[in-house]
Design a protein. Structure first.
Length: 668
């Protein structure tokens, strides 16, 4: 039987018992009320009967008085005598009924009996007195009145006492009935409460047996199963819900046991397979490690074997171009130029292969610095400007004034731009246009560098292959050599290392646009605001601020670069003086010798090399530290700067921390 049916049956049984008891209680209460009404009516009738006896007795006495007073008239005498007899009979009849209503032996019954006997004696006395009554004799009335005078007084008092006793009897009976009724009500209430308590206890016991105990056992079984036991037996039998629940738990326990056994078998099999695969992977890893080591050794060896003759070839080419072995005719100079370009191209290819190998093996490290973006772009363009001009290609630059600094590895950032510009130069026909555009994306905290061209374009179907190593584009229009496929791969890898990305947009026959996105923090975009941070990160002792630091002369013809470098170095505590051309720099250095000079090589009016040579010829300035700032990065540029008398060399774009460390090196 289900729990619902059991509960309904128990509730129905309890309801039936309570209903039966309620009917019994109601019947008993009605009986008590009926008995109370009967006693109330009986006592009321007793009192009424006593009052009736009193009334008729008084009438009897009054009729006796009427006989004495007016009995001399024959008609009235007969009338009053008849009424007298009638009232006497009525009193006897009523007193007899009153005795029948009263409880024999009770004080009221005794008083009623005494009244009846006294009334009989009084009646006998009245009859004897009537025998002496002579209607003709006036004095007979007086004699008779004297004989019976005062005899009705005791009976009158007695009937008054009888009425009072009847009232007391009525009160006592009603009080006893009320007490019995209250006792009956208390008994019935106790029975009802007892039955309700028993019903509640019965429900609790029933709930404990059919709900709480089976649920508790089911919980214990479930806890045992969850604790790992798989051999708990169900203790509830039958076909009810709880029995089915226990059977379901036992079935689940059996299924779990079977599943665990199967899982253990599978686990043992998997462990065996893992051991086998581990041995295989260990062997494969060892082979891969040996192959990687062999590749590294091969690349190092090939780099050395290729760089050594290339160094000799480039050196000899430069010596021949400098006419150290005699004058050259134009054809020879053109041939040497072709040889030099081919040698540098081969060297660039070797560098790309080595860089890609470092990226793939995870051995490349970035040296992050705050890089002036304008200098980075200008130095990159300066390296391709001559090639573009030789083909009649126009170079266009559009910078976002909001972007002053970005963080990254100067060498790798420049390498990415040169690869993108090199591709644009290679695949853009003569008289075409090539451009760089910088856009600030403040919400994304990125800077977008777009390198675009009006070249042959790229088929969109080949976009997915652009950034894969050693993959060349198919069917390049115009007979262009597709190249090795390493440049864009390196750009993609370097962008990822900088937490950036590279994408392309292109239309065949109209040109291409490569979008290089790099992280950019607008809050670290002001060179003047980097002073405190640089002092903390470099760990170097800087000059004190407030104009008490070393005096530096900055000779820079580009206003943006000059202002940026000045703001940064002043923030570091240096006293800055700036010059925009060679003559101004020479005059300032001669009149007020600084502690150090930052000299741009390509100055207007007089270049930085000539300024340096003139300063070295002046008394007291021969040992003044001069550091070259230049966008030239061709072989021999450093040597020419040092030969002119400069003490050190740093190429643009400038790394601000790198520049700071170089200045501190020469001021110590």
């Amino acid at each position: 039987m289900s729990i619902r049916c059991k509960l309904l049956l128990a509730a129905g049984l309890i309801l039936a018992v309570n209903l039966s008891l309620g009917l019994h209680v109601l019947r008993a209460y009605k009986g008590a009320m009926t008995e109370s009404g009967r006693i109330h009516q009986q006592t009321a009738e007793t009192v009424t009967q006593a009052i009736s006896v009193q009334v008729h007795f008084k009438k009897q006495v009054q009729e006796w008085k009427n006989i004495l007073l007016r009995g001399h008239e024959p008609n009235l005498y007969a009338k009053y005598l008849a009424q007298f007899e009638q009232e006497r009979q009525r009193v006897e009849e009523l007193s007899g009924r009153l005795l029948g209503r009263l409880e024999p032996g009770s004080p009221s019954w005794q008083q009623a009996q005494a009244f009846e006997q006294a009334h009989q004696r009084l009646t006998q006395t009245y009859r004897q007195a009537l025998l002496l009554f002579d209607r003709e004799d006036p004095l007979a009335q007086i004699r008779v009145d004297r004989q019976v005078r005062g005899m009705d007084r005791p009976l009158t008092d007695l009937i008054d006492e009888l009425i009072l006793a009847a009232e007391y009897y009525k009160r006592d009976q009603l009080a006893q009935m009320a007490e019995r009724l209250e006792q009956r009500e208390n008994e019935l209430l106790a029975v009802v409460l007892g039955l309700l308590l028993l019903s509640l206890l019965g429900l609790l016991v029933l709930a404990e047996r059919i709900i709480a105990r089976p649920i508790s056992l089911a919980i214990q079984m479930a806890q045992s199963i969850s604790a790992g036991s798989r051999h708990t037996q169900a203790s509830i039998q039958g076909s009810g819900e709880m029995a089915r629940l226990h059977q379901a738990l036992q079935t689940m326990q059996a299924n779990l046991l079977a599943g665990e056994q199967a899982l253990n078998r599978e686990k043992a099999l998997l462990e065996q397979r893992v051991k086998e695969r581990t041995r295989e992977l260990r062997f494969v890893n060892e082979e891969l490690a040996r192959a990687a080591k062999a590749k590294d050794l091969f690349l190092a060896g090939m780099s050395h074997e290729l760089r050594t003759p290339l160094t000799t070839l480039i050196g000899l080419t430069e010596m021949l171009r400098d006419q150290l072995y005699g004058p050259l005719n134009p054809a020879q100079q053109e041939a040497l130029k072709t040889m030099d370009e081919s040698a540098h191209h081969l060297l660039s290819l070797i560098n790309d292969i080595l860089d890609l190998a470092k990226v793939e093996s995870g051995k490349i490290e970035l040296h992050t610095d705050h890089v002036p973006l304008q200098q980075l772009i200008e130095s990159s363009l300066s390296l391709v400007r001559s090639s573009a001009e030789s083909k009649g290609q126009a170079l266009e630059v559009k910078l976002d004034p909001r972007v002053a600094l970005i963080q990254g590895d100067i060498r790798r950032l420049k390498q990415m731009l040169l690869n993108l510009l090199g591709n644009a130069l290679k695949f853009t026909p003569a008289q075409g246009r090539i451009g760089i555009e910088v856009l600030a994306e403040a919400e994304r905290k990125t800077v977008l560098i777009r390198v675009w061209d009006t070249g042959i374009g790229i088929d969109p179907e080949q976009f997915d292959k652009l950034f894969e190593p050693f993959v060349q584009l198919q069917e390049v229009p115009g007979g262009h050599n597709p190249g090795t496929g390493l440049g864009l791969t390196l750009v993609n890898r370097m962008a990822l290392l900088h937490r950036g990305s590279i994408s392309v947009q292109s239309t065949p026959g109209q040109g291409s646009c490569f979008n290089l996105r790099l992280p950019w923090d607008p809050e670290q975009n002001d060179p003047a605001a980097l002073g405190h941070e640089t002092k903390q990160t470099t760990g170097l002792a800087l000059p004190t601020s407030g104009g008490q630091g070393a005096a530096i002369l900055l000779a820079e013809d580009n206003p943006a670069n000059r202002e940026m470098t000045r703001a940064y170095l002043q923030r570091q505590g240096f006293a800055l003086t700036t010059a925009s051309n060679g003559l101004e720099a020479l005059s300032l250095a001669r009149d007020t010798p600084p502690d150090l000079i930052l000299m741009d090589v390509q100055l207007a009016l007089i270049d930085g090399l000539e300024v340096t040579q003139k300063l070295r010829a002046m008394p007291g300035l021969a040992h003044l530290p001069i550091i070259a700032l230049t966008a030239m990065a061709m072989p021999g540029d450093r040597e020419r700067c040092l030969e002119a008398g400069m003490d050190d060399y740093i190429s643009k774009p400038l790394g601000l921390q790198e520049l700071l460390q170089l200045i501190l090196k020469w001021l110590r």
